[in-house]
Design a protein around this ligand. Sequence first.
Ligand SMILES: [Zn+2]
Length: 91
Amino acid sequence: MARLLFISGLIFFGWLAYRFLKNTWAQRLREVEQAEQNAQQAHQANPSRVQQIKACTYCKTHIPEDEGIYRDGKFFCSYQHLDRYLEHQDN
Ligand SMILES: [Zn+2]
C-alpha cells in the first residue's frame, strides 16, 4: 500500500514537473517569437544599411558618405569643392 502511494506521488509530481516545464518552454518560445517579430519590424522600418555622414573638408557640410568624393583621405561634398580645396592648398 505504501509502495502504491509512493508510486502515485511520483507520477503526480512527474506530471506537475512536466506541466511546469511545458509552460516555461511555451513562454520562452513566445518570448523568442516576439523578439524575432520586433527585430523584423525594426528591420522593415530601417531597411537600408546605416549610412555614414561625413563633413566636407572645404565647406563643412555634412552629407552621406556615398554622395561625396574621397581624395587623399579627405572627404568632399562635390568636385567643385575638391577643386577649390586643391587650389587653395596650392596658393
Ligand atoms: Zn563642400
